[in-house]
Write a protein that binds this ligand. Structure first.
Ligand SMILES: *[C@@H]1O[C@H](CO)[C@@H](O)[C@H](O)[C@H]1NC(C)=O
Ligand SMILES: *[C@@H]1O[C@H](CO)[C@@H](O)[C@H](O)[C@H]1NC(C)=O
Ligand SMILES: *[C@@H]1O[C@H](CO)[C@@H](O)[C@H](O)[C@H]1NC(C)=O
Ligand SMILES: *[C@@H]1O[C@H](CO)[C@@H](O)[C@H](O)[C@H]1NC(C)=O
Ligand SMILES: [Ca+2]
Length: 385
């Protein structure tokens, strides 16, 4: 093979091997080779014709030429074969190089895919947490109460949504969920009670009123222990706001500029500050004996209602205000003019009955409004120190 190539090179000095570039450029190898060979053979025939005049031939020139031509053809054939083989091996090399590159690309692309999926996971997580902000699932927030959450989030987000947040009041070991109203009256309100549709059972025992019950997004009683933890934080004063809606969609409110509870030993005795509002101060009533301010909490199974042994209303003897008020819990005092834990009013037949939401000082033409919904919420007051 090598000798044939060498001979051919001697015979046809013009013929050069196609460069690798040429092979890459023309993948149809045989065509390229054939072109170059025919080109070269034409040149070599011309060279022989020029030499004819100068050299005397010992063997007849015709025969020599024929022999040389035959030899050239066979050498050309061999060259073509070897070029094809060369082309094939070059192509194989190219394939190998490309396969190598492909493998490297595969590794890179799998890394890219991995990164992409990580980015996707992260962005979906971000999206999910955004959705959670607006859903009813609790938002993990390390505020002491809704006012504190509002203050700390306001610098970060322009609008804080209302919803369920987790709070951790100062000086307690407990974290718990609360509903924060962030829209109503500048926001920052921690809801401690809501009665709207009568779907939650408020006929409950002392322990239920202590721990809380209901659905935070709907009707609920947050629980005396939790409310105590919130209002008992040091250097914090809380305002109580009661929002009422009547059966004919009239709204009104009662607000107390200070609200706190004594501890469990004192049966969560209520302390109220100055009243303001449009619904009247039913907590204090019209007469001293109706005053519920400083009254301890009572439930159907824990009686602190001041009717000892009994009270009399409308010629009726009452031993337990809670039982009179459909087994609900409240800061009753013989029994008083307020009980927001009663059932939402369903119409005129409930009017004046002591089983429905009672806020006796809110009246129209001398008759108490039938109340269909109520919310009790508390908010931090700016302290002067
Ligand atoms: C190469 O080119 C020739 C002539 O154009 C053609 O007959 C042949 O099929 C081609 N071969 C390939 C592998 O493309
Ligand atoms: C007493 O409470 C129960 C449970 O909350 C309620 O279904 C019922 O209607 C109430 N009774 C009256 C007279 O309001
Ligand atoms: C509850 O409060 C009373 C009066 O403020 C106090 O004497 C008592 O130590 C308190 N009890 C507890 C368990 O904190
Ligand atoms: C209560 O009883 C007295 C006499 O016993 C009666 O005069 C009065 O009308 C009764 N009041 C009501 C609200 O029933
Ligand atoms: Ca009693």
């Amino acid at each position: 093979m090598m000798s044939a190539t060498t001979l051919l090179l001697l015979l046809l000095p013009q013929l050069v091997f196609p460069t690798t570039d040429g092979i890459i450029g023309h993948l149809n190898q045989s065509e390229t080779v054939r072109e170059e060979l025919s080109d070269s053979s034409a040149k070599s025939q011309k060279a022989f014709r020029q030499d004819r005049g100068h050299d005397a031939c010992s063997i007849p020139c015709d025969i020599t030429i024929k022999l040389l031509r035959d030899e050239k053809h066979s050498v050309c054939g061999q060259l073509q074969q070897s070029l094809l083989a060369f082309g094939r091996s070059t192509r194989k090399l190219m394939r190998d190089v490309m396969e190598e590159q492909q493998r490297a690309l595969d590794v890179l692309s799998s890394q890219v895919t991995e990164l992409m999926s990580k980015v996707q996971t992260l962005s979906s997580e971000v999206q999910r947490s955004n959705i959670e902000m607006y859903s009813i699932k609790p938002v993990l927030s390390h505020g002491r109460d809704c006012s504190d959450i509002k203050d700390s989030l306001l610098s970060v987000v322009p609008k804080i949504p209302s919803g369920i947040y987790i709070i951790h009041p100062e000086e307690t070991d407990s974290s718990f969920e609360v509903f924060c109203e962030m829209d109503y009256m500048e926001g920052g309100w921690t809801v401690i009670q809501r009665r709207t549709d009568g779907l939650s059972d408020f006929k409950r025992s002392w322990t239920d009123y202590l721990d809380g019950f209901g659905n935070l997004a709907g009707e609920h009683w947050l629980g005396l222990k939790k409310v105590f933890h919130i209002v008992n934080q040091k250097e914090a004063r809380f305002q109580l706001h009661i929002a009422l809606v009547s059966n004919n969609d009239v709204t009104s409110y009662a607000s107390y500029d200070d609200f706190r509870l004594d501890n469990e030993t004192e049966f969560f005795r209520i302390h109220l500050g100055r009243y303001a509002g449009s619904a009247g101060d039913a907590f204090r009533g019209y007469e001293q004996e109706q005053n519920q301010d400083t009254a301890p909490f009572s439930a159907s199974d824990v009686d602190n209602d001041g009717c000892n042994p009994s009270c009399t209303f409308s010629n009726k003897t009452v031993e337990s205000c809670s039982i009179l008020h459909n087994h609900t819990g409240w800061w009753f005092n013989r029994c008083g003019l307020a009980n927001l834990n009663g059932s939402p009013g369903e119409g005129l037949q409930n009017q004046g009955k002591r089983t429905h939401i009672l806020w006796d000082t809110w009246r129209q033409s001398g008759v108490p409004h039938t109340i269909k919904s109520v919310t009790m919420k508390i908010r931090r007051l700016a302290t002067n120190n």
